[in-house]
Design a protein. Structure first.
Ligand code: ATP
Length: 245
């Protein structure tokens, strides 16, 4: 059974067709990258999957259960986690308190349990020394890592990441990739990554799905997708694709 299955997702904003009959299937533990030029519909698809935006038509299932009509909060509880392109940390709270907020999405935990869960997550992300610092004291790169830690504290089965490497320096991107590999190996969670950093996509993803103007134009291994003329056209324009063939 698929960990996540979105079928026939269409999303209209007035006259604009942001997504057109998009299918996305993610197997348990699989690492899928979702790529496409600016405005292709990637963030819109994540918003629909997480319930921030209702699809015009289409169906979403998590572990075989229809979640199309669940609230965002209930989807998180059901095991669907997500980070945002522009982070949303609580500035006035400490690092560990932010992560505790993530852990609190799981029912029935005492404050002491939330704190120890949050601390364990911070430790495995190499952030434990910042636990009691305010968010405002962190570098940009560390803030992004705290965002990832917070969603991990929700113990997702499927993790959706919206451009986690944006704004990170080379060393931080390497660190992020190593952490994502470790998370996946340890937690066996499925990951869907939206990313413009193609080097990262090619090194991490097992399967790549390409959107362009709201339509899925290609799907395959990183090597297959890189060699696909339709993908080249979408990124570089018809002229560049023809020049290669
Ligand atoms: N709330 C909205 N209202 C109207 N149009 C929207 C809304 N959200 C997105 N769009 C439009 O839908 C299309 C897809 O946008 P989306 O942000 O999903 O693309 P993207 O692939 O994530 O792009 P980027 O890589 O630049 O983040 C764009 O034309 C965008 O202008």
């Amino acid at each position: 059974m698929s960990a996540l299955q979105a079928t026939g997702i269409t999303k209209r904003f007035g006259g604009l067709l942001a997504l057109s009959e998009v299918d996305l299937t993610v197997d348990p533990g699989e690492f899928v990258a979702l790529i496409g030029p600016n405005g292709a519909g990637k963030s819109t698809l994540l918003n629909v999957l997480t319930g921030l935006s209702a699809p015009t038509t289409g169906r979403i299932a998590l572990d075989g259960r229809d979640i199309t009509r669940l609230s965002t909060h209930d989807r998180i509880r059901a095991g669907l986690g997500r980070t945002f392109q522009h982070g949303r940390l609580f500035e006035r709270l400490s690092v560990i308190e932010n992560v505790m907020v993530g852990a609190a999405n799981r029912k029935g935990r005492s404050e002491a349990e939330l704190r120890s869960t949050a601390f364990a997550q911070l430790r495995r992300m190499g952030l434990e020394r910042f636990a009691d610092q305010p968010i405002s004291a962190l570098t940009y790169g560390n803030r992004r890592m705290v965002e990832l830690t917070r969603v991990l504290a929700c113990e997702p089965r499927v993790l959706l990441l919206d451009e986690p490497a944006a704004g990170l320096n080379t060393g931080e991107v390497e660190d992020l990739m190593a952490r994502l590999r470790a998370i996946r190996a340890q937690d066996k969670i499925a990951i869907v990554l939206i990313e413009h950093n193609m080097g990262m996509v090619m090194r991490l993803a097992e399967r790549v799905v390409v959107l362009n103007f709201g339509v899925k134009i290609a799907e395959g291994t990183p090597a297959e997708v890189q060699a696909d003329p339709a993908v080249l056209s979408a990124y570089l324009g018809e002229g560049a694709a023809h020049a290669r063939h």
